[in-house]
Design a protein around this ligand. Structure first.
Ligand code: TYM
Length: 349
């Protein structure tokens, strides 16, 4: 029996990219896979510390919002383990062991720390410009590898922006397995985790279809959030950047990326196979009719999630209980893995 594992950062409420690209695909997996497959979904609150935080109360609330959003999307906390990373100390412990076998040159190639530190893609940790780069931001992908390995995960469902981190995770897995096989059998401890992409692995920004929809985008109308009501959804979609091509609306991701993004997003909410099927349903005469039609589809698709989210966030005791119980269940597995790891390294009692 295998394990499916993923995490999301608690950066406030989730946007439609997180929803279609990640959390809803977790729900779909939950419905589709055999009962003996373990499903583990975490809130990466330690990763969230790699960008400056406002204050402890805000972080605490964001962590709860993240759990509420996961449950509101339809993840069943009985079937799945839902937990917060900081509540399972073995994550940081395994991270340390992994950091001792991970090459700095490989880490240096990762693109996320460069974009978060406003550096060019070809920047290096040894550049003067990176002098004040914080160690945690640079080491972030090694902690992500520890998250995945701690549960001996076989599959990791994520959006496209995480593919480089998963490649690094596989590299770290193989290095560890070679250096520290089980002492008695010489067999590897960790399976090599595979990436699974959701069908909506890259939802684009509504303001710039060449970029991914992102929480850190300063233009807030670039994102639709799970708890958004009809007015905000209509406003964001009305302002979405499309094109000025006259004539019938067509689906063409290359020449009409803005329209393609709207159609793809709507196909996700309608659960139809293709963006073209959305066109057939809306039959828009012009850009305005397209946007109005897409907005109504998104409003209807998000309504049950919003309702459930609002209900959950009004009484935190259920969320707290889910997180507490999730951490307990996660920890059982984590402690078992760490025993094996420490034995393989020679750190056992
Ligand atoms: P995070 O919190 O940035 O994003 C959570 C998930 O949402 C996906 N995603 C998107 N998918 C499609 N379109 C978009 N515009 C979009 N934006 C975000 C991400 O790909 C991701 O699947 N480093 C991770 C969190 C993490 C993790 C892990 C993930 C920590 N440890 C272990 C997997 C396994 C992150 O920052 O995701």
């Amino acid at each position: 029996n295998s394990t499916i594992f993923s995490m999301i950062q608690p950066t406030g409420v989730f946007h439609v990219g997180n929803y279609l690209g990640a959390v809803r695909s977790w729900v779909d997996l939950q419905a589709a896979i055999p009962a003996d497959t373990k499903l583990i979904f975490g809130v990466a609150d330690l990763h969230a510390l790699t960008v400056p935080k406002d204050d402890p109360e805000t972080l605490k609330f964001c962590r709860k919002q993240a759990v509420a959003s996961i449950i509101a999307t339809g993840v069943d906390p009985e079937r799945c383990i839902v937990f917060q990373q900081s509540q399972v100390p073995e994550h940081t412990q395994l991270y340390w062991y992994l950091s001792t076998i991970t090459g700095m040159g490989y880490m240096n190639r990762m693109l996320q720390w460069k974009s978060k530190a406003n550096l060019e893609d070809n920047a290096s940790i040894f550049d003067e410009a990176a002098a004040s780069l914080r160690l945690g931001l640079f080491a972030y992908p090694a902690l992500q590898a520890a998250d995945i390995l701690l549960y001996k995960s076989n599959y990791v469902p994520v959006g496209e922006d995480q593919s480089q981190h998963l490649e690094l995770t596989r590299h770290i897995t193989n290095t560890f397995n070679k250096q520290y096989p089980k002492r008695d059998t010489k067999k590897p401890i960790f399976p090599e985790p595979k990436t699974i992409f959701a069908p909506f692995k890259k939802v684009a920004s509504l303001r710039d279809p060449s970029k991914k929809m992102s929480k850190s985008d300063p233009d807030k109308t670039s994102c639709i959030y799970i708890p958004d009501g009809p007015d905000r959804i209509r406003k964001c979609i009305r302002r979405a950047v499309t094109d000025s091509i006259q004539g019938p609306i067509t689906y063409d991701p290359v020449t009409r990326p803005g329209i393609a993004n709207l159609l793809t997003m709507a196909s996700g909410f309608l659960r139809v196979d293709s963006p073209e099927a959305v066109l057939e349903k809306i039959q828009p005469k012009d850009h305005k009719e397209l946007k109005d039609g897409v907005a109504e589809i998104v409003i209807e698709g998000l309504a049950p999630v919003r309702e459930e989210y609002t209900r959950l966030i009004a009484d935190m005791s259920y969320i707290d209980e889910v997180s507490r119980r999730g951490a307990e269940r996660a920890r059982e597995i984590a402690v078992r893995t760490m025993k094996e790891v420490e034995k393989a390294i020679g750190l056992e009692n």
